[in-house]
Design a protein around this ligand. Structure first.
Ligand code: TRP
Ligand code: SF4
Length: 330
C-alpha cells in the first residue's frame, strides 16, 4: 500500500506521540511505500500568531522521527511547504468544497469550542481539512494512519474525491482509507492528556535522569500513604505506563505487589522506568548519530521524490479541470 501521513511541527515529541503515531509508522514502513511529511502549513493554521520558528521546528521534528526509527531508506520524508503542489491542489479543491462540509466537521466544532487562547476564526483553519485532503490525494494514498480525531478529515477527503470525479468527469484520485491506531491515549504525568503545554510529558529526547525525576514525582494511588498500605493499580498512573511499556510478567508482578503491599511505589516506578528505557535508550543512540547535514540530506532526497509524484499528479488535475470536455461547446 501507499501510505501518507503528516505531523504538525509544534515541538518536541513525547511518549504519547510515540505510542499513538510513531510506533505505527515504524511498523508500516517495513512493508509499505510510506510518505511522511512535516505539515508546517497546517501548523500555521492554529499558530500564526505564535512566532514559531517553523524551519527549525521542522528539522527538529525530522530529528525526532529518525531517532524513533523512521528509516529514510524506506520512507520518503519531506516538508509540506517545500512541495508547492500541495498549495496548488488546495486552491483547486477549495473551489469545489461546500462550506457546509467544513462547518459541520465535528473536529472543527470541537476545536472552536476548546481553543480559547488563540483566534482560529480564519479561512485557513476552516479549510484545514481541504489542505489535508490535498496532502493525501496528491500522492494516491491507499491508507492514512491517523488518530480518532482525524476521522472526519478522512471522510471529507473521500467526499472531495467523489465530488471532483463527478464535476470533472474523470477519475484521477484514490479514495483513501484510514488506519486508526489501536493504542489508547497515554495520560501525562498528572493524569491529564500528555501534552507539552501541560508540562506533564516524557519527551523522546529526555535523559534517563529527566525521565526518572518525572516518574519519581508522579502521583500514585493516594490511598497508599505508607509502604504497608495496599494499593489499587487501576487508579494509578504508573500502572497505565506499565500497561503501555512493560511485558506481561512485569504487569502481573505490579498488580499483585501493589494490591498486597508486596512492593513499594519506588520499586514499581523503577520497573516502569526500565520498561520505558527499553524504548528510549535505542532512540538516544540513533539520535546521537543524526547530524544536521544528515537531516538536510534526508529532507532534500524526500523532496525530490515527493516533487516528482506531485507534479505528475497536478498535470492530470489541471488537464481534468482546464481542458474539460464540454458537452456543449459554444
Ligand atoms: N491533521 C493531522 C494532525 O493534526 C496532520 C496532517 C496534515 C495529516 N496533513 C495530513 C495527517 C495528511 C495525515 C495525512 O494530526
Ligand atoms: Fe502505583 Fe505501582 Fe504504587 Fe501500585 S505500587 S500505587 S501501581 S506505583
Amino acid at each position: 500500500m501507499r501510505i501518507v501521513s503528516g505531523m504538525r511541527p509544534t515541538g518536541k515529541l513525547h511518549l504519547g506521540h510515540y505510542l499513538g503515531v510513531l510506533k505505527n509508522w515504524v511498523t508500516l514502513q517495513e512493508n509499505n511505500e510510506c510518505l511522511f511529511f512535516v505539515a508546517d502549513w497546517h501548523a500555521l493554521s492554529t499558530s500564526y500568531e505564535d512566532k514559531l520558528n517553523l524551519r527549525r521546528l521542522s528539522t527538529e521534528l525530522v530529528r525526532d522521527w529518525l531517532a524513533a526509527g523512521i528509516d529514510p531508506e524506506r520512507a520518503t520524508i519531506f516538508i509540506q511547504s517545500h512541495i508547492k503542489e500541495h498549495a496548488e491542489l488546495y486552491v483547486l479543491l477549495n473551489m469545489i468544497t461546500p462550506l457546509g462540509w467544513l462547518e459541520r466537521n465535528p473536529t472543527y466544532k470541537d476545536q472552536l469550542a476548546q481553543i480559547k487562547n488563540k483566534d482560529i476564526h480564519t479561512a485557513g483553519f476552516l479549510t484545514y481539512p481541504v489542505l489535508q485532503a490535498a496532502d493525501i490525494i496528491l500522492y494516491d494514498a491507499d491508507a492514512v494512519p491517523i488518530g480518532e480525531d482525524q476521522k472526519p478529515h478522512l471522510e471529507i477527503t473521500r467526499e472531495i474525491v467523489r465530488r471532483f470525479h463527478h464535476l470533472f468527469g474523470c477519475k484521477i484520485f484514490k479514495e483513501p482509507k484510514e488506519l486508526l491506531s489501536a493504542t489508547p491515549r497515554l495520560p501525562g504525568l498528572d493524569g491529564r492528556k500528555m501534552s507539552k503545554s501541560y508540562n506533564n510529558a516524557i519527551f523522546l529526547s529526555d535523559t534517563p535522569e529527566e525521565v526518572w525525576t518525572k516518574l519519581r514525582g508522579a502521583k500514585t494511588d493516594p490511598q497508599r500513604v505508607k509502604r504497608t498500605d495496599p494499593g489499587n493499580p487501576e487508579v494509578c498512573l504508573i500502572y497505565e505506563y506499565h500497561k503501555a511499556f512493560s511485558d506481561a510478567e512485569t504487569i502481573k508482578k505490579v498488580e499483585e505487589g501493589c494490591r498486597t503491599a508486596g512492593i513499594g511505589c519506588v520499586e514499581c516506578k523503577k520497573w516502569c522506568m526500565a520498561s520505558i528505557e527499553k524504548v528510549l535508550e535505542p532512540m538516544r543512540e540513533r539520535r546521537e548519530a543524526v547530524s544536521e547535514d544528515m537531516i538536510a540530506e534526508v529532507i532534500a532526497k524526500g523532496e525530490s521524490k515527493a516533487k516528482e509524484a506531485a507534479s505528475a499528479k497536478m498535470q492530470a488535475v489541471n488537464k481534468a479541470i482546464f481542458e474539460i470536455q464540454c458537452e456543449v461547446q459554444s
